[in-house]
Design a protein around this ligand. Structure first.
Ligand code: ZN
Length: 431
């Protein structure tokens, strides 16, 4: 499929998920996972409210059917139906009449961005509230308002989804995203969409070296619960990425693992360099998304985060402006392509040994030297062969060689394939 159509397909999938009111628990997450399951065969799990997961406890389940504020004329001035961001996520049920002064203590708006609705939550403190544009906030007059929130907070469960693609080895690559934000596109849905399409692509591949695990979890509490449930198996995770904010038009940004120089760090940085497009690299910091849990000192997993503009760094972040207009099909496609290139490096990053290490082997007599050539491409492949031959001593991987030579990874890999076929390389036993 041409890349343009695939970007559009990703975008259309986001369109389908956009209206659902999600939270860290409840039917919005279930509905989202059910739609994901119609694309890739995830397993859906439930963790009961009250379950202890490390220092945390799975909260009560939250569901909402409707919520509004009416003025004394009976006009709905704020309605959850128009935007699920209007309701403070996890609001307790309320039905009462309030003065403007009391109502104001439960209203949230952004004076600096008067035309957008902020996104706010109150998962662990029982509260209720509405989020509105600051313009609307300023319009409110003295009146008696009717507040109605038809929500339910009860003992239930937290839901998450997981897909395991078995490769030749039990060593795993973990891809994680969160499914807990309501109608927000870049911060949340872009990561979900990217991982669904990445999984679709890997499901079609034969002979994968690594096993791949995809998790679709509520942010923070979901990652903590998943790590608590799977603690015994996390040693299998050799590389990983958290997918978030991958659909905005900004340049790619890579947030490194806490380890700082893991193979995944080198691989993603190489993909970004090879892309020839602008990019940013950030050192690990302990705030952000679920890398906070994966890279907590008790786990310290080699998991980074490949995004575009990081959370909190774009004005649309956690507001109604992070919508379907903010995310672009070609940005989604470009991010997916970078994830696929990273997988390509991980899958092909072998160490070889040069079987003819005393002086250069004569490439011409093996048909490996382009005597007449001279095209840019053939020059790169010739140079790549010299790099691979020189550094294939069993200690350098193809990624090491491609970083050191500043030659793109696919060219190094192609050169190694040609040299291997001609008998000049053998696979190192140190792999
Ligand atoms: Zn967020």
């Amino acid at each position: 499929m041409p890349e343009k159509d695939l970007g559009k397909e990703m975008y259309d999938f986001m369109h389908e998920l956009y209206p659902i009111c999600r939270s860290i628990t409840g039917n919005g997450v279930r509905q989202t996972l059910k739609i994901i399951k119609s694309h890739i065969p995830i397993e859906i799990s439930e963790v009961s409210s009250g379950t202890k997961v490390f220092d945390w406890t799975i909260p009560k389940e939250w569901d909402v059917s409707s919520a509004y504020i009416k003025n004394s004329k009976g006009e709905k001035i704020v309605d959850f139906k128009n935007s699920n961001l209007h309701l403070l996520n996890y609001s307790i049920p309320v039905k009462k009449k309030v003065s403007l002064a009391e109502l104001r203590t439960h209203l949230h708006s952004l004076p600096d961005q008067p035309d957008v609705i902020p996104y706010l939550t109150s998962y662990y403190k029982e509260d209720w509230g509405f989020c509105i544009t600051h313009r609307k906030y300023l319009e409110l007059k003295e009146d008696t308002y009717e507040v109605f929130i038809d929500s339910k907070l009860s003992s239930g469960s937290m839901t998450y989804g997981e897909l395991y693609i078995k490769g030749k080895t039990a060593e795993e690559v973990l891809f994680s995203c969160y499914v807990c934000h309501p109608s927000l596109c870049n911060d949340n849905l872009s990561g979900v969409v990217l991982l669904v399409f990445l999984a679709k692509s890997l499901l079609k591949k034969k002979n994968l070296k690594y096993s791949y695990r995809f998790i679709f979890i509520p942010e923070t509490i979901g990652a903590i619960a998943w790590l608590s449930i799977n603690e015994k198996n996390v040693g299998k995770i050799k590389h990983g990425l958290v997918a978030t904010c991958v659909g905005d038009p900004g340049c790619s940004t890579y947030k490194k693992t806490r380890q700082a120089n893991a193979i995944i760090d080198q691989a993603v940085v190489k993909v970004l360099i090879d892309s020839g497009k602008p990019y940013k690299i950030l050192d690990f910091f302990p705030s952000g998304s679920d890398e906070r849990q994966f890279c907590s000192p008790g786990f310290n997993l080699p998991i980074g985060s490949l995004m575009r503009t990081p959370y909190g760094n774009f004005p649309e972040y956690h507001t109604s402006a992070d919508d379907l207009n903010f995310v672009k099909p070609d940005a989604l496609m470009d991010s997916l392509s970078k994830y696929l290139q990273t997988v390509y490096i991980l899958e092909n990053n072998l160490k070889y040994v040069n079987r003819n290490p005393k002086c250069e082997p004569q490439l011409g007599k093996r048909g490996l030297y382009n005597l007449i050539g001279g095209s840019k491409r053939s020059k790169i492949s010739q140079t790549a062969m010299l790099w691979v031959l020189n550094f294939s001593d069993g200690s350098n991987s193809l990624l090491d060689i491609s970083v050191r030579s500043n030659i793109d990874f696919p060219s190094i890999k192609d050169a190694a394939d040609d040299l291997y076929k001609s008998g000049l390389l053998k696979v190192s036993s140190s792999n």
